[in-house]
Every structure is written in structure tokens, then in C-alpha cells.
Design a protein around this ligand. Structure first.
Ligand code: SF4
Ligand code: SF4
Length: 265
């Protein structure tokens, strides 16, 4: 199931308004998917909803296999209907369903020419050259560069906003390319401009600068991070008191009781 998030809110990326469109769409999609799964179960089959929040399915590859779009250089599904504004939800079932086929919309070739998301990413996190990664040839995203910017600037998603297929639609973009060999909107503020809170406006050709500290993020599991913090405190103070030791133990207990602590890899 692919639901479109609001067009105009998306154009305000990066912003809280756009995050509202993002999560609000998942909220609607989640409720619809639960209803659909319930209906499938009422017919006597199993049905399980997979949301991107639990990452329990290979979302984009399955949508590509079903012909609902293709993988863009920005790492998102480019749907022929609403580009990368597609918010995805999966239902797995043992019901006898008819499988669709992948469709080549020309996105792979087009992305090689376009590259707008790659050059406009404020964190320089998208690789220009495609590499094979986990069975897919793609413009791999450098997690350690993307994540700090993403968490600091309202989910970032500049790579979604500046995609011409998202901005103008697949049909006009492809027709323009066939007629002119040019990428619709490329090099214009309308497509490429964005503002980062506290850093200012960045038009075509301009990118923000970040310090090394701005890219520092914790790695590993929550308990590893907690232990690291405790060790740093010990190294700094040379000792610890009973209250700090108890605080550490209680926090560790809380993490363990909350369930599996995932790594960030
Ligand atoms: S979310 Fe932002 S930082 Fe991450 S790849 Fe997209 S544009 Fe770059
Ligand atoms: S911005 Fe261009 S290169 Fe990036 S995903 Fe969209 S079409 Fe592909």
C-alpha cells in the first residue's frame, strides 16, 4: 500500500510541517492497513501488517517488484503517481493473490543524468557512483553523514524535496527530458533551494558547512552507549559514588527490561 503525503507540506522540507505530513500519512496508512489485514483474516487467511517503523520487510524492493515504482538515487521509491512522496506499508499473507510485474519507468537511466539529490544533499551523504549493496545496485547513503543532519534538521529529506519527479511529476519530467535532453528544474531555486534552520538559505550551487562535532553521533546499542558514558565519567573523576553506580545500574535494568536493544547499523 502506498499513500501520498501532502504535496505543499512536502515542499517546505526540511520543516516540522513536512514532518507532520510524513508521520500523518503513516498514521492514516497504518489504520487502513489494519482494516485491510482484518478483512483478509475474515476471509480465513493469515495477514500481517509491516510498518516502516518496525522495519520488518524489504519495503522498496517489494514495491519495485510489484511495478509500483523504481528505486531513485535518493534511496526512495519513485512512484509514477507521486514520486518520492509515497509512504509505504506492507501486508504479508498466505491468501492466493495475483502478482504484478516490475515496470521500467526509465528511472535508473534518468537518475544517472539527473543527480540533483546527490549534489544538493546538505550532508554530502549520497554516493555519486552506484555500488552493489545487499543485493541491490544503488547510490548508497553514508549513514554517518546523513543521520546527524536528519535528526538535527526536522528529518532533513532535502533529497526528497529536490527530486524533480517528486516536484513536477514523472510524466512532465520525462516528456521534458525526451524533448530537450534537460532535467526539468535543474539549477533553479524552485527545485534546488532549501533553508536549514540556523544556517540560512541555500540556492543552486550552494551547500551548508558543518563542523566535525556536528557529525558526532553515538554508535552501538543503548547499553554500550550507557557503559561508554559511565567509563568516561570514571576516567574523568577517577572514582564514582554509590548514587552514580546505582543510577547506572537502574538505567541498565530499564534498557534490558524494555526489550532488545538494536544497534544503529
Ligand atoms: S536526508 Fe538529508 S542528509 Fe540524508 S541523504 Fe537525504 S538530503 Fe542527505
Ligand atoms: S533527484 Fe534526480 S537523481 Fe535523485 S532520485 Fe530524483 S530523479 Fe533520481
Amino acid at each position: 500500500m502506498a499513500l501520498e503525503q501532502d504535496y505543499w507540506q512536502t515542499q517546505t522540507i526540511p520543516s516540522l510541517e513536512a514532518e507532520f505530513a510524513h508521520f500523518g500519512t503513516y498514521e492514516i496508512a497504518g489504520a487502513l492497513a489494519l482494516d485491510l489485514a482484518e478483512h483478509i483474516r475474515s476471509l480465513g487467511y493469515h495477514a500481517q501488517v509491516h510498518s516502516p517503523n518496525d522495519n520488518s520487510g524489504a519495503f522498496i524492493p517489494l514495491f519495485v517488484e510489484a511495478g509500483l515504482g523504481q528505486l531513485g538515487a535518493n534511496g526512495q521509491l519513485l512512484s509514477p503517481h507521486f514520486g518520492s512522496r509515497a509512504r509505504l506499508m506492507l501486508i504479508t499473507t498466505d491468501a492466493p493473490v495475483v502478482h504484478d510485474e516490475p515496470v521500467d519507468y526509465g528511472i535508473n537511466k534518468f537518475c544517472e543524468e539527473c543527480q540533483v539529490c546527490v549534489v544538493r544533499c546538505p550532508a554530502r551523504a549520497l554516493l555519486r557512483e552506484k555500488v552493489w549493496y545487499r543485493g541491490v545496485k544503488k547510490n548508497k547513503l553514508v549513514y554517518d553523514r546523513c543521520r546527524p543532519v536528519m535528526v538535527t534538521y526536522e528529518g532533513c529529506a532535502v533529497c526528497m524535496k529536490v527530486c524533480p519527479v517528486q516536484r513536477y511529476g514523472m510524466k512532465p519530467v520525462m516528456e521534458h527530458y525526451i524533448e530537450t535532453s534537460e532535467i526539468l528544474g535543474k539549477g533553479t531555486p524552485n527545485l534546488e533551494g532549501y533553508e536549514l534552520r540556523g544556517k540560512g538559505y541555500f540556492g543552486p550551487g550552494k551547500l551548508p558547512h558543518f563542523t566535525r562535532e556536528e557529525f558526532e553521533i553515538p554508535h552501538g546499542t543503548k547499553e554500550e552507549h550507557l557503559l561508554q558514558q559511565f567509563k568516561e565519567k570514571l576516567e574523568k573523576n577517577g572514582t564514582t559514588d554509590a548514587e552514580e553506580a546505582l543510577e547506572f545500574a537502574n538505567e541498565l535494568k530499564r534498557i534490558v527490561e524494555a526489550g532488545v536493544s538494536r544497534t544503529d547499523e
